[in-house]
Design a protein around this ligand. Structure first.
Ligand code: MEV
Length: 367
């Protein structure tokens, strides 16, 4: 069957959500739970067997316009283990996976020995090595070779920003594309591996990846889901309104940035107790900003005694909390007893993958 499938991980923010929208540092790790997008040419536009509605699937519609304008109709299947609107990056993972599947399915034109549809920001040394072991030779690069993580991260950031009224950091999109651990900062951090810069509406971020220390190997993230759906756009708007009416509260945003920096140092030093402490302090500030809720507080209180650190993760207002723990079983049981549903993940799962490329490209837009 002529089908293409790509997948990307979800993410948990360890430090800095909301403050990162205003340029403060933030850290996120990719988690084991993933979203896969599977596409094949079909007579009509369909998603999960039903008629495709651009209104119901704005992220897919936006990507379709960018990568598949005038392309043949597709049947799209979304398969995943990341609950929607729960703070775990389901929409970013979906957007990254959909970008990769569409790019793989359309290939890429080469002009003058270079990518003619370049989205990729230049690398620190100014040399771009090309997507995944590209082997230039054809006008249209076949399949997975045409797929580029940076391009998928940029596209996913653009569609997330559109869905969040222009206020969105690249933390979710970059983590879901590259996997591992991603740090955003307002400056290039010399001890981290700088990937690229991003700008949106006068805010700029330097995006880095981080090698996680070995001491991470005996800690787990237990994710507790309140089951309350909380769209990110609404939570981002709550913070924006608070800052508009009380500009002096920007101090709290800056304090989150200071805590995130402390968390990054602890992480780099392999000091898991320090990481946990910074997470819990970060949560108190988020609660003060008005993005927690009684259900999140209930799960956080239940997880705290068996954990190194606990906090809400993502946009808040419902969705998920995370606990950094050495005893995943005890923490998970405590959260479940308090009424939450749990997922357990290692920190720093692998990023975007093309799972199946069949005889891609499925469509040559230059013919
Ligand atoms: C959502 O996962 C994280 C927020 O900081 C929004 C963003 O960074 O765009 C709440």
């Amino acid at each position: 069957m002529n089908m293409v499938q790509a997948s990307a991980p979800g993410k948990c923010i360890l430090f800095g959500e909301h403050a990162v929208v205003y340029g403060q540092p933030a850290v996120a790790v990719a988690i084991d739970q993933r979203m896969a997008v599977n596409i094949e040419v079909s007579e009509d536009w369909k998603i999960d067997g039903l008629r495709f509605s651009p209104h119901k699937h704005p992220h897919v519609e936006a990507l379709k316009q960018r990568l598949w304008a005038n392309g043949p109709s597709l049947s799209i299947k979304v398969i995943g283990t990341i609950p929607a609107a729960s703070g775990l990056g389901s929409s970013a993972a979906l957007s990254v996976a959909a970008s990769a599947a569409l790019r793989c399915a359309r290939g890429r034109q080469i002009k003058d020995d270079d990518w003619s549809e370049g989205w990729t920001a230049s690398r620190p040394n100014g040399v771009y090595e090309g997507p995944w072991s590209a082997d230039k030779g054809d006008e249209i690069y076949n399949g997975a070779k045409a797929v580029d993580e940076d391009e998928c991260a940029i596209l996913a950031h653009a569609v997330e920003a559109a869905a969040q009224g222009g206020k969105a950091s690249p933390i979710d999109s970059s983590t879901c594309a590259h996997g591992g651990c991603i740090v955003l900062s307002n400056k290039i951090e010399k001890d981290l591996n700088w990937l690229y810069s991003r700008n949106l509406n006068d805010v700029s971020w330097e995006v880095h990846s981080v090698e996680l220390p070995e001491s991470m190997e005996d800690v787990w993230l237990v994710i507790g889901n309140t089951g309350i759906r909380a769209p990110t756009a609404e939570q981002v708007a709550i913070v924006a309104r608070t800052l508009e009416s009380e500009p002096e509260r920007m101090l709290e945003i800056e304090t989150i940035g200071i805590i995130a920096r402390r968390g990054i140092s602890a992480l780099m030093n392999g000091d898991m107790e320090g990481v946990g402490r910074a997470m819990s302090e970060n949560h108190l500030l988020l609660r003060n900003l008005g993005v927690s809720c009684p259900e999140l507080e209930n799960l956080i209180a239940a997880a705290a005694p068996s954990s190194l650190g606990v906090k809400l993760t993502g946009a808040g207002g419902g969705g998920c909390m995370i606990a950094l723990t050495r005893d995943a079983r005890a923490t998970s049981e405590a959260i479940e007893l308090a009424g939450g549903r749990t997922l357990i993940s290692r920190l720093g799962a692998h990023g975007l993958e093309v799972d199946s490329e069949a005889d891609s490209p499925l469509w040559n837009p230059f013919e």
